[in-house]
Design a binder for this molecule. Structure first.
Ligand SMILES: [Zn+2]
Length: 178
């Protein structure tokens, strides 16, 4: 079992920036911690699209996953645009496939985690995102909280919360691929 963890953005592409937060830094920190837990706690082999602050094109991210023939592709992002909470995305029309089953498992696990903090579950969604369309294996994209919403940002600024979130994402991935 091999999983690709994709830390969104990087290098000259900071992603969403607000409240002193940069999406690219948050996704990298999360990705490294998720990888650590998946390997040390669950014995799952992890590949990362990036392990440092560098720009990687969407094409190259997908290529890395497809070339390595990983079993699951998980792209980490943080939202912006004035909302609150978390949501997950798969490619449109895939609900009835393995991709949909894995989304349900991972999403539900995270929803329960977020409930403890009264953080809103925005639902399981579908979108024609590049990394979802071109990956040859089940793929999911997670939007963990809004950097431009003060309440959400205060969670993302808390290193203890962020580490716990990584632990829960890893647990959720483990359940999704089990
Ligand atoms: Zn993003």
């Amino acid at each position: 079992m091999r999983v690709m963890i994709d830390a969104g953005h990087g290098g000259y592409d900071p992603g969403a920036t607000s409240n002193g937060l940069k999406e690219k830094d948050l996704t990298l920190k999360l990705a490294l911690d998720v990888a650590e837990d998946l390997e040390s706690l669950y014995g799952i082999e992890v590949l990362l699209t990036r392990t440092e602050d560098v720009f990687i094109s969407l094409e190259d991210r997908v290529l890395k996953g497809n070339t390595a023939e990983v079993d699951y592709f998980v792209s980490l992002h943080h939202n912006a645009g004035g909302g609150t909470g978390f949501e997950s995305y798969i490619y449109p029309g895939y609900q009835q496939t393995q991709t949909g089953v894995m989304q349900e498992r991972l999403h539900q696990w995270l929803s329960t985690f977020y409930q403890q903090y009264m953080i809103r579950d925005r639902g399981r969604k579908q979108a024609d995102f590049y990394v979802l369309r071109h990956t040859l294996m089940p793929a999911i994209l997670l939007e963990n909280l809004f950097v431009d919403t003060l309440d959400d940002a205060s969670f993302l600024k808390d290193p203890v919360f962020l580490r716990q979130l990584a632990t829960e994402i890893a647990k959720g991935i483990y359940q999704a691929v089990a």
